[in-house]
Design a protein around this ligand. Sequence first.
Ligand SMILES: [Zn+2]
Length: 103
Amino acid sequence: MHLRTNDMVLILKGKDRGKQGKVQRVFPKDAKVLVDGVNVVKRHTQARGGVRQAGIIQKEMPVRAANVMLVCPSCQKPSRVGSRRLSDGTGARVCRNCNEVIE
Ligand SMILES: [Zn+2]
């Protein structure tokens, strides 16, 4: 998974194509991410014993990680992500555009 929480991403597919948003949650098992303000659906919910509020609730749904692209914080461009091993042995994500390490 090349995405992490708080990454800026560009949506490539679906009705929110072209939008940018911040990753709120990552679901590595499903290869999905939840992005702020993207893929918002309206849920019509019924009140159930006073626990849930009735009415229309807007809710974000996760989108496939393959359909979003990371926006590099250094060059501000949607970028492919590579990986590089740092001198201390840990792996880091690298922008394929500008070759900067992505936090
Ligand atoms: Zn970059």
